[in-house]
Design a protein around this ligand. Structure first.
Ligand SMILES: O=C(O)CCC(=O)C(=O)O
Ligand SMILES: [Fe+2]
Length: 295
């Protein structure tokens, strides 16, 4: 995907919600998810402040990979209240958003509902000023989630790669949320809607703050189930047969055949990429996964 776009489209949530303007706005959304993988979502009605979805702690009678979810660790109760208001508001926008995405792809509105997970995650990110051209976040696609919903302040620095290899600035638009396709949605659509590479260039004179919210994928989603529904979904998306053919055999990085389900694949990733935390809290799994990584 990612054609040689030169600007990032703006999608107005209130126009999607209004039957009079919905079909025009669905066309804007369709272009964004098919051809770009990035968009600004405006008129969301969400106040902008800081912080993850409420989840209970793991118990022994649940599968081991369920341990990847749990209660958030709040420094104090007033932050907890703020975080909970933010995450429940953003979860609701996310639920509405995936329904409009389904409709813009000519699919039944509830197509993606069953892929949504319980615990979406958010981060509070601070980018202190640095020398010109310094890296804030290196080039990447978002690995977890269906879509990422990002609130950013007015400093700027987020850039999106187009097909011609140019970095396009996601210049801050007040009151908007920047939305991008993440690997979960890419997998569900067999790559027909692929994620777009992005990065952050560190600010030079002012600190930048951003709040990415990664919309959760259901933890017990299994590879076979994903493959079956991908085939069914892709068959109905209005793209060329050639694109569909390539999409059918999903080489899913989301769930490798080595793992029981998406939850296990995620927990394994975390344990391997944070070895000290892995060794301390999941010693048995750390040993198992590090042996598998070496095999
Ligand atoms: O801070 C930003 O603008 C983007 C951060 C990001 O891309 C990420 O956390 O995946
Ligand atoms: Fe990202």
């Amino acid at each position: 995907m990612s054609t040689a776009f030169s600007s990032i489209p703006i999608v107005d949530l209130s126009r999607l919600q209004d039957p009079k303007t919905k079909s025009d706005e669905l066309a804007v959304l369709r272009n964004a998810v098919f051809n770009i993988g990035f968009l600004y979502l405006t008129k969301t009605g969400l106040e902008q402040f800081d912080f993850g979805t409420e989840c209970k702690d793991w118990s022994e009678d649940e599968p081991f990979w369920q341990r990847i979810e749990g209660p958030s660790q709040y420094p104090n109760d007033s932050i907890k209240d703020l975080v909970q208001r933010y995450t429940s508001g953003m979860s609701e926008i996310g639920r509405q958003f995936v329904r409009f995405v389904a409709e813009c792809l000519s699919l039944p509105a509830d197509t993606f509902d069953t892929f949504l997970g319980e615990m979406s995650r958010m981060k509070l990110v601070k980018y202190p000023p640095a020398a010109p051209g310094s890296q804030g976040v290196g080039a990447h696609k978002d690995g977890i989630g269906l879509f990422t919903f990002l609130a950013q302040d007015s400093v700027g620095g987020l850039q999106v790669l187009n097909k011609a290899g140019d970095w396009i600035e996601a210049t801050p638009i007040e009151g908007s949320i920047v939305v991008n396709v993440a690997q979960g949605f890419e997998a569900i659509t067999g790559g027909v809607c692929s994620g777009t590479t992005h990065r952050v260039v560190a600010p030079t004179s002012t600190t930048r703050y951003s709040i990415p919210f990664f919309q959760a994928v259901r933890l017990n989603l299994e590879l076979e189930e994903l493959k079956r529904s991908t085939v069914a979904i892709v068959a109905k998306i209005p793209v060329s047969d050639d694109k569909k053919k390539r999409a059918v055999d999903v080489p899913s990085e989301l769930i490798s055949p080595l793992y029981a389900c998406f939850g296990e694949a995620q927990l394994r990733n975390r344990i391997i990429s944070h070895p000290e935390v892995g060794q301390k809290w999941y010693p048995d799994l750390y040993e198992k996964y590090s042996k598998m990584a070496m095999a």
